[in-house]
Design a protein around this ligand. Structure first.
Ligand SMILES: C[S@@+](CC[C@H](N)C(=O)[O-])C[C@H]1O[C@@H](n2cnc3c(N)ncnc32)[C@H](O)[C@@H]1O
Length: 236
């Protein structure tokens, strides 16, 4: 390798480490209160049941291996493990992962939780029946690159399940923004446009009216997209 190439790789690595450190700092500061939202902690049995039912609709019974990218406190990872799936959860925040591991232990399920970059995880291509990510793409520095990478993780029959929303408009001066391209969330229309080159089929599931999922009434746009027939998978 030439000296210039080595320097370019080094610069990219330093950039990635810096970026992950920023993500880690922000989300670790949220970890202690994160599960207080009903849809985060899933401590209300009705909310938990509502998520289990939706995941059961989106994930086919023959699925075995799931990657939960940006798994946070692991609520969905654990729910899927309870349903018998083999789950690996990846997150950049040790504080979030600590809670995720404790949750799995309390419920007596096995989930592999790994510290890492959800946007470009250290996972093999073509291995996952399902790549799941909830409320994460809006936090990413390059969400399109992440979607491309996630599509490549899938088996030929695999599917990408994204649960997302458009919660606020950062141009209106909200203090909640974290300065990313999809700050405030991404509309289903924009997310589906980004997914179109990567999948033959994309199904949109509006979720705003399903109060059981959120434990309250919501007025913003919330939805899932389930993308199947990836065009970019590795041969398995
Ligand atoms: C809004 S939380 C969602 C957590 C979880 N998916 C859920 O629905 O409960 C966003 C999570 O994504 C993680 N995250 C954001 N960007 C990440 C990245 N590039 N690599 C790893 N984790 C990331 C954060 O640490 C945080 O735990």
């Amino acid at each position: 390798m030439g000296r210039l190439s080595a320097l370019v790789i080094l610069a990219a690595t330093i950039d990635r480490v810096d970026r992950l450190r920023g993500i880690e700092g922000y989300w670790s500061s949220q970890a202690s209160t994160f599960d207080e939202e009903p849809d985060h902690g899933l401590t209300d049995p009705d909310v938990r049941l509502a998520w289990a039912a939706r995941l059961g609709e989106w994930i086919p019974p023959e699925a075995i291996r799931v990657a939960d990218l940006g798994c946070g406190t692991g609520s969905l990872s654990v729910l899927l493990a309870e349903a018998g799936l083999e789950v690996i959860g990846v997150d950049a925040s040790p504080a979030m992962l600590e809670r995720a591991r404790a949750k799995a232990q309390t419920l007596g399920v096995t989930v592999e939780f790994a510290l890492g970059d959800a946007a470009d995880p250290d996972l093999a291509d073509g291995l996952f029946d399902v790549v799941l990510s909830r409320h994460v793409v809006w936090t990413l520095a390059d969400p399109i690159a992440a979607l491309v990478r996630w599509a490549r993780l899938l088996t030929q029959d695999g599917r990408l399940v994204l649960v997302e929303g458009r919660w606020f408009d950062p141009s209106r001066g909200s203090a909640e923004g974290i300065g990313m391209p999809w700050d405030g969330g991404v509309s289903a229309e924009d997310l589906m446009t980004a997914l179109h080159p990567l999948f033959e089929r994309i199904d949109h599931h509006p979720l705003s009216d399903d109060t059981a999922l959120w434990g309250k009434t919501v007025t913003d746009e919330r939805y899932a997209v389930v993308a199947t027939e990836p065009t970019t998978t590795q041969a398995t």
